[in-house]
Ligand binder design. Structure first.
Ligand code: COA
Length: 385
């Protein structure tokens, strides 16, 4: 018999912490300085000067587009927004109560069946599929939401950019320029973040040489969880539960005593303030003042103060999910759509990593360190108790 148990030194990292599983030139995080770059460009510069479309091009193709290339890319994204008729019909038939992340998973898989490029495995074909997925996810989310609310769907407006068009399809009216810009920045900030759980899930699926659509569906499933993309939705639930800033101290104190996690804090890589949270906090503050409704921001800032005081020394600071919920709240995005909106933004990061990794592919196949018994006699069912 061969060796069932590993002998000698083993390297084991729970949750793969610190393990380098791929080479990548898409983004980098400095978790101690709180810095994030996409293809070398600081996130702050992209938030200030770029658009989601331009950032998507950068992530997918490795460099900022020329004016001509950007126009072509934007045109393609706008052309590919419509859903196949069968998918649109099916969205109307789906039950109104599952979590919208489950709907997104089903609809993305469904749309793939009608993808005219589904058989094209060449780079051009894969890119076309990728752009189609990025373009269709907002339409899926908005159509499902309108339908479950008993409203007519609002078809995409080819005159609007990606962010503005989503808000338009969701609310049935064009957003003002300022709100469209804020939402666009939120999408840029969520577009990419290295080998987080959902991106890794996409890469694992793609590394078997499965198709890009299956990879994206895997990623959506992983993003849904509350330790990942699902945290943003829970932040607002927590703010509601707390009710007012003066109750924050007691709430956090009790939560920490009971070893409960405060959603929107902590990160596997950042051991300081998440740079995305810093930008989103400014917008959350701005919108709270604009709408003269400071309840959430005041509770949020109080929680931040307490958490940094209590857990800052452990490297626990606000992450991207802490203030994004407040921003989305003021943009009129329903709470259970926060995570689907995260998926909408992150779809490009998933695709960029899948494309990059599969160019020099090796199937992911880690091992588990076996800690069970080495030999157990098979016990017939009649003798078991
Ligand atoms: C994101 C997250 C999963 C990272 O997990 P991780 O790298 O495995 O970190 P750990 O779970 O090992 O946490 C390290 C320590 O910080 C504590 N901690 C981490 N996040 C915390 C939080 N949000 N609230 C309270 N304590 C937290 C842990 O209890 C642990 O304490 P211990 O050393 O006394 O056991 C984790 O911080 C978390 O659950 N955050 C809340 C969910 C969230 O906001 N997710 C969105 C991420 S962008």
């Amino acid at each position: 018999m061969g060796v069932l148990k590993d002998t000698g030194q083993i390297e084991y990292s729970r949750g793969l912490e610190g393990v380098i599983a791929a080479l990548s030139s898409i983004s980098a995080i400095d978790g101690t300085q709180g810095k994030l770059i996409y293809r070398g460009i600081p996130i702050e510069a992209l938030a200030k000067y770029s658009t989601y479309e331009e950032t998507s091009y950068l992530l997918l193709y490795g460099e900022l587009p020329t004016k001509e290339n950007l126009e072509k890319f934007e045109r393609e994204m706008r052309e590919l927004r419509n859903l196949p008729e069968k998918v649109e019909e099916c969205l109307k038939e789906l039950p109104p109560d599952p979590h919208p992340m489950d709907i997104l998973k089903v609809a993305v898989a469904h749309a793939a069946l009608y993808d005219p490029d589904r058989q094209r495995a060449c780079r051009e074909g894969v890119m076309r599929k990728v752009i189609r997925i990025i373009a269709q996810i907002p339409t899926i989310i908005a159509y499902y939401h309108r339908t479950r609310s008993g409203k007519e769907v609002v078809p995409p407006d080819p005159e609007l950019g990606h962010a503005a068009n989503f808000l338009y399809m969701l609310h049935g009216k064009r957003p003002d320029e300022e709100e469209a810009k804020i939402f666009d920045v939120a999408l840029i900030l969520h577009a990419e973040h290295g080998l987080n759980a959902s991106t890794f899930a996409a890469m694992v699926t793609a590394s078997t040489l499965s198709d890009i659509n299956s990879a994206i569906v895997s990623a959506i499933g992983a993003l849904k969880g509350p330790l990942h993309g699902g945290a943003n939705e829970r932040v607002l639930k927590m703010l509601d539960e707390i009710g007012s800033a003066d109750k924050a101290e007691e709430y956090v104190h009790n939560a920490l005593k009971e070893k409960r996690r405060i959603m929107g804090f902590g990160h596997r890589v950042y051991k300081t303030y998440d740079p995305r949270a810093r930008i989103l906090k400014e917008y959350a503050e701005y919108l709270s003042n604009k709408y003269n409704d400071r309840k959430y921001i005041e509770i949020g800032e109080k929680i931040e103060e307490i958490m940094i005081r209590e857990l800052g020394k452990k490297g626990i600071f606000p992450n991207v999910d802490f203030y994004s919920g407040i921003v989305y709240h003021f943009l009129g995005i329903p709470r259970d759509l926060f995570t689907p909106v995260f998926a909408m933004a992150r779809s490009v990061g998933w695709a960029a990593h899948v494309c990059e990794y599969t160019q020099n592919n090796r199937i992911f196949r880690p091992r588990a360190y076996y800690i069970g018994p080495e030999y157990v006699e098979y016990n017939p069912i009649e003798q078991r108790r």
